[in-house]
Design a binder for this molecule. Structure first.
Ligand SMILES: [Zn+2]
Length: 206
């Protein structure tokens, strides 16, 4: 599969195309900005490789630790991180959960320290209202992030397919699906091996 550097290049080279297509389809500079912003975010630091010690992970800087539980619970290149739509959806849900937990702690602290007037109902209502009000904007942002992630897993898959093709020709391409299935069932049978393979692959910076 391509290196982190190649993934970055693919993201940056495809950015003008994404921006052009978005503006052509929407005729809105705001939506185009959200899609391209989401695309950059998804391609450079919110991508599928957050399931491993990678460039994506490193770019979170001092906040990178928030992705440790995510890495611990997912196998590298699993369907839940590298699957179309499901990968981005899960990461969005995960990040929202982490940030709302932070927000909740800050609000609780402010309430006890400064006697702040705040209740669950009004907070929930205002969050719900802004979600509905800015639905198009959120959707555009999500679409951008998904496109950014898509450029990643498409190049991952085509990279692997090309390797198989170079090694064994068309037969290698056809067999790769069967091999993958075999590997998965072997992992299910031997959970102890999964751990070692996961930690060894994590130690490599992609
Ligand atoms: Zn990947």
């Amino acid at each position: 599969m391509p290196s982190g550097r190649t993934h970055d290049r693919i993201t940056l080279w495809t950015l003008p195309w994404v921006a052009g297509m978005a503006f052509w389809q929407t005729r809105s500079s705001n939506i185009t900005l959200l899609i391209t912003g989401g695309f950059l975010f998804g391609g450079l630091m919110f991508g599928p490789d957050l399931d491993i010690y990678s460039r994506h992970y490193q770019r979170w800087g001092w906040l990178r630790w928030i992705w440790l539980p995510y890495q611990k619970s997912l196998r590298h290149r699993s369907f839940l991180s590298h699957g179309p739509i499901i990968g981005t959806t899960l990461r969005v849900i995960y990040l929202c959960c982490v940030f709302s937990l932070f927000g909740l702690l800050v609000l609780l602290l402010a309430q006890t320290l400064f006697n702040l007037e705040w209740n669950w109902q009004t907070t929930g209502e205002s969050v719900g209202k802004s979600l509905i009000f800015y639905a198009t904007e959120f959707l555009a942002l999500f679409l951008g992030m998904e496109l950014g992630a898509m450029s990643h897993y498409l190049s991952d898959w085509s990279g692997s397919a090309y390797k198989q093709f170079k090694k064994k020709g068309v037969a290698g391409l056809l067999a790769s699906g069967k091999i993958k299935k075999g590997k998965v069932s072997a992992r299910i049978r031997k959970p102890s091996r999964t751990k070692t393979s996961r930690s060894s692959s994590r130690s490599r910076v992609k």
